[in-house]
Write a protein that binds this ligand. Structure first.
Ligand code: FES
Ligand code: FES
Length: 88
């Protein structure tokens, strides 16, 4: 399988609703980041379902390299190198 496209090198902060289903774009090609718009067809990737238990802010991975998808785990920092203290 190919590497996913890096949609952006930081997470997408999204206000989510409890028990609502969200489909996170795993391929990085969607024009509706961080969510799937069907652009993954024939890419070998499929979207990942996410149903938050609680409402609030969710930080969806934008680099598509999180080890805890669909949420950001900080892996994007490896793509952008050392950051100043306090950077996201
Ligand atoms: Fe990326 Fe669907 S558009 S997984
Ligand atoms: Fe992908 Fe943070 S944006 S791990």
């Amino acid at each position: 399988m190919n590497e996913p496209v890096i949609a952006q090198t930081s997470p997408f902060a999204v206000q989510v609703e409890a028990d609502k289903t969200y489909w996170w774009c795993a391929c990085g090609k969607s024009a509706n980041q961080p969510f799937c718009d069907g652009s993954h067809k024939a890419s070998g990737f499929t979207p990942l379902k996410h149903t938050p238990a609680e409402a609030g802010t969710a930080y969806f991975c934008g680099c598509k390299r999180s080890a805890n998808p669909p949420l950001c785990d900080g892996s994007h920092r490896k793509l952008i190198g050392p950051q100043p203290p306090g950077a996201v």
